[in-house]
Design a protein around this ligand. Structure first.
Ligand code: NAD
Length: 283
């Protein structure tokens, strides 16, 4: 019988731990603050930013939002980030992606001081992850490691297959699984014989962005299946990259969408913001 990995429950535990530590810091006179910068009014981004604010409030983290006009220039945005970099009351800075086409995402992310880069997208933080000497881990992959941990299944020696090679999910995910001694394969749009590879995975992470892409016959019986995809269907409902109804008859463990990886991503962002505040205050 397939077990559902309850991201809501597991993230609630993590948020509770963060909340207690945030409160402890407050008693020492330190308040924790996250600045979220959003450019334009992309519908999905607005939902993510709203959720982040709500969770900040729930754990006692001060949330500062900067909703900027879609036409803002690269320099104006970098100037704002620079102010936030220097603001000692701001511990974490997050720039909501994607940015409008006229802005250079790489340069914008690189303008965030690494010690406040709670998304861990800055090249210095990415490099540190490669070396295994990091402060911050990227929120989605780190949340996934926590979800796998909760199954009680060890990653060590397991065949881990990731579908998707994005900088925010697939690539860092491969590093974290490797650091846990998994044997890692990354698949992508040019991969041949995908089914042959996925059906050997003990741990399968799907980050494709394609509704119901992973069918039951692509899954090894008993595998841990992590569905990162968030796809909005025509009727307005959300679905993942895994065909949940089919997969739940084959997988050993599976994350639902919604209620799986998504809540862990936000909870890990809170954990990273707390960590940033602790490091900046030598606590
Ligand atoms: P992306 O859109 O940048 O890239 C998609 C990846 O899928 C690419 O690497 C591509 O090579 C691969 N791909 C495309 N077609 C393929 C095919 N036919 N076979 C094999 N691989 C194929 O990816 P992303 O930004 O990592 O996002 C992936 C999904 O995860 C999206 O639905 C996104 O919304 C979601 N997401 C969710 C969270 C969360 O917190 N739950 C966080 C980030 C992204």
């Amino acid at each position: 019988m397939t077990k559902i990995i309850d991201g809501k429950l597991i993230s609630a535990k993590l948020k509770e731990e963060v909340k207690i530590e945030v409160e402890n810091l407050r008693e020492k006179g330190i308040s924790v603050c996250l600045a979220v910068v959003m450019v334009g009014d992309d519908t999905a981004s607005k939902v993510y930013v709203r959720n982040k604010k709500r969770v900040c409030e729930a754990v006692g983290i001060v949330s500062k939002e900067f909703i900027l006009n879609a036409n803002i220039s690269q320099q104006e945005l970098i100037d704002l980030i620079d102010l936030l970099n220097k603001d000692r009351k701001v511990n974490g800075i997050l720039v909501q992606l994607p940015l409008p086409k006229h802005l250079n995402e790489k340069d914008i992310i690189s303008s965030i001081v690494p010690s406040k880069d709670v998304d861990a997208f800055h090249p210095i933080n990415v490099g540190k992850i490669m070396l295994g000497e990091y402060d911050f881990l990227p929120c989605t992959p780190a949340g996934i490691i926590d979800l796998i941990y909760e199954t009680g299944i060890s990653i060590e020696g397991k065949n881990c297959v990731i579908i998707g090679r994005s900088n925010i999910v697939g690539k860092p995910m491969s590093m974290l699984l490797l650091q846990k001694n998994g044997t890692v394969t990354i698949c992508h749009s040019k991969t041949q014989n995908l089914k042959e590879i996925t059906s050997k995975a003990d741990i399968l992470v799907a980050a494709v962005g394609c509704p119901n892409f992973i069918k039951d016959d692509m899954i090894k019986p008993g595998a841990v299946v992590i569905d990162v995809g968030i796809n909005r269907l025509k009727d307005g409902s959300l679905c993942g990259d895994v065909d949940f109804e089919g997969a739940k008859n084959v997988a050993g463990y599976i994350t639902p969408v919604p209620g799986g990886v998504g809540p862990m991503t936000i909870a890990t962002l809170m954990k990273n913001t707390l960590l940033a505040a602790k490091l900046q205050n030598h606590n």
